[in-house]
Each structure stands twice: as C-alpha cells, then as structure tokens.
Design a binder for this molecule. Sequence first.
Ligand SMILES: [Zn+2]
Length: 228
Amino acid sequence: MILYQNRKPKVILDPGHGGHDPGAIGIDGLKEKDVVLNVCELLKVKLEEVGFEVKLTRTKDVYIKLDGRTILAQGHDALLSVHCNAFGSDKAQGIETIHGYGLDGSKALATHVQKSMMKKFPENKDRGVKASPSPGYPRNLHMVRRAPCPSALAELEFITHPEWGKKLSEASYKESCVVALYEGIYEYFIEIGSQEITNPTEQYEAYKALGYYDEEKGICKLKEDLWK
Ligand SMILES: [Zn+2]
C-alpha cells in the first residue's frame, strides 16, 4: 500500500467537459466527455486498490464550471485532468501531458504521466511534456494554472485521428490508458516521497505568495518571465 506523509495520498481526477459540453467529437460521433469519464472511473478503482484516496470532479454526465473543479481540488495532493486532443485536420496525432507553473510537483507529475503513457503506447507519437502557457503551447489551461495542488492534464490521443480516434472507443485501449495513468501517478508519489511541497495548503499559499493570483479577479496571472 502506498503512503504519503504516513497517510493515504489524496488524488483528484478530473474527467474533462460533461453535460452540455461534449468536448471534442471524434470518429463515429465519439464524445470526449464520455471517454474521459470512463477512463477516470476505472482509474479511481485502480488507484484505490493500492491505497490512494480518490475523488472525481464529476461522476456523471454533468457540466461543472472550471472554477468549481479547482475548488474541489483543495485538500488534495495531486490533480490529474484527463482529456482527448482534437484538431481540424485528421492527421494530427500523439500523446502529450501539460503542466502549469508553480512548485516542482506539477512538472514532475506531468513528466511521470507522459513517460508512462509512452511506455504503454510506444507506437504513438510522443508530443512531450508541455508547460501552459509557453511559446510552444499558447493555450492557458485553467485546470493546471489554477489548481491548488500539483496538477497535470493528460491528452490521451487525438479523438479526431482516424486510427486513434477509433481506438479511444475500445475498452482495451482505454484500459491501457488507465494502467499507464495509474503507473505515472504511482511513480510520481514514489519520486516525491513525503516531500512537503505537496502539502496542499502550503502549495496554495506558495502560489499566492509568488503572485500567480490576481486576488481581486480570482484568476491566475500570466507571468511572461516564466516562459523562459
Ligand atoms: Zn478536452
């Protein structure tokens, strides 16, 4: 059984989208919101088996505002948001994991998740670990920018790709995603051991102290010097 600071590590999984927001629509009308909920439900069971305490930001097909999701993450040691990628061209493909700026935990978590995904899916294109936002990745993703604990966002594959988009509807492919994400999270906790950086309260305060938050607007500021 895995322990973190002599207790069960608390992980929150965030299946992207939901309800009126289907996320990306892929091959044969497959909806991102359904794929990621399915993956997160299975991942929860797998993590609980080895001693994690796991919560989901949504357990059904409902829409929850992004702010609501990051608030739910308070008090957790790590957050993993799960998505499928999409693009107008059906040629786009590959697996990538995104992290925000802040304390070290987020990058380490994203790195372990990406490494584990690529180990499980060696034939897929490795799009790497990306910081949001950065020159190569201009999207400013709320779930990694405003999470109160170390966080990463996994893009499982392109739901719009003819081959991988089809695979994302298959139980065996999703199960492989679950195993890979599980191993990535597990390895992350092994690496950080019982380091204090993942104490959620301290982490949240540290983010604020670094000036990442505009207290008045309640949003995360963009710090261009962090792009370097
Ligand atoms: Zn998405």
